[in-house]
Design a protein around this ligand. Structure first.
Ligand code: MGP
Length: 197
């Protein structure tokens, strides 16, 4: 995954006319957490690929690169607000957590990812200030999506976001919310479920 590739993709979308500005800037990230690299520590292969703030850049980047079906093996794409790193250690994420949903069908994963991205960049969440970003993880076991938010202990806000997200991705199954703090403390249990909707 090279920045030049994203650069070319992002610049290929314009057909004249003023680009449509988004409410804020977003960044796409890529991670390729292979077993060998885990020895180098988590996040060693996590890279920010491209920051964008127009609808046109978004579509080019999504269509040409950032689609989960384009990923092979263990890999993650992240789309986070510019300035927030997709790590527990980032100050905006430090007191946060994530809603998670698993997915068994590749096509459904692509759709849920795209619907989530459109909701984020289109500022469809009432609590949009609470949102950090979204991660899609392609795994042999089971693919998954996670929506990261800022103040994990604010149950009312997180429940509202969780309900809205389920509507957006048209999910009828239960989804669960975990605190990053719990995941940090107890890596073996991978964090207990605090809320579900
Ligand atoms: P994960 O990716 O959140 O769990 O964390 P998952 O999705 O169940 O695992 P996967 O194997 O399917 O990827 C997995 C492990 O990665 C954690 O237990 C941590 O050791 C490490 N890790 C994950 N995240 C998101 C972070 C992070 O933000 N910071 C640090 N330091 N380690 C992390």
């Amino acid at each position: 995954m090279a920045e030049a590739e994203a650069e070319a993709a992002a610049s290929g979308g314009g057909e004249g006319g003023a680009p449509h500005r988004l409410e804020r800037k977003w960044s796409f990230w890529f991670d390729n957490p292979s077993k060998a690299k885990q020895g180098a520590g988590w996040g060693a292969s996590l890279r920010k690929i491209y920051t964008f703030d127009t609808v046109e850049e978004f579509w080019s980047l999504h269509d040409q690169i950032f689609r989960p079906t384009k990923l092979s093996g263990n890999a993650d794409f992240h789309c986070f607000k510019a300035g927030i790193e997709p790590k527990w250690e980032d100050p905006e994420c430090a007191n946060g957590g994530k809603w998670s949903v698993t997915c068994n069908r590749k096509q459904a994963l692509d759709t849920m990812w795209l619907e989530t991205l459109m909701a984020l960049i289109g500022e469809q969440f009432e609590e949009s200030e609470e949102i950090c970003g979204v991660v899609v993880s392609v795994r042999q076991r089971q693919d998954k999506l996670a929506l990261w938010t800022k103040s994990a202990s604010n149950e009312a806000v997180q429940m509202s976001i969780g309900k809205k997200w389920k509507e957006i991705i048209e999910c009828n199954d239960k989804i669960v919310y975990t605190f990053h703090d719990d995941s940090k403390r107890d890596k073996s249990s991978r964090g207990g479920v605090r809320y579900s909707v």
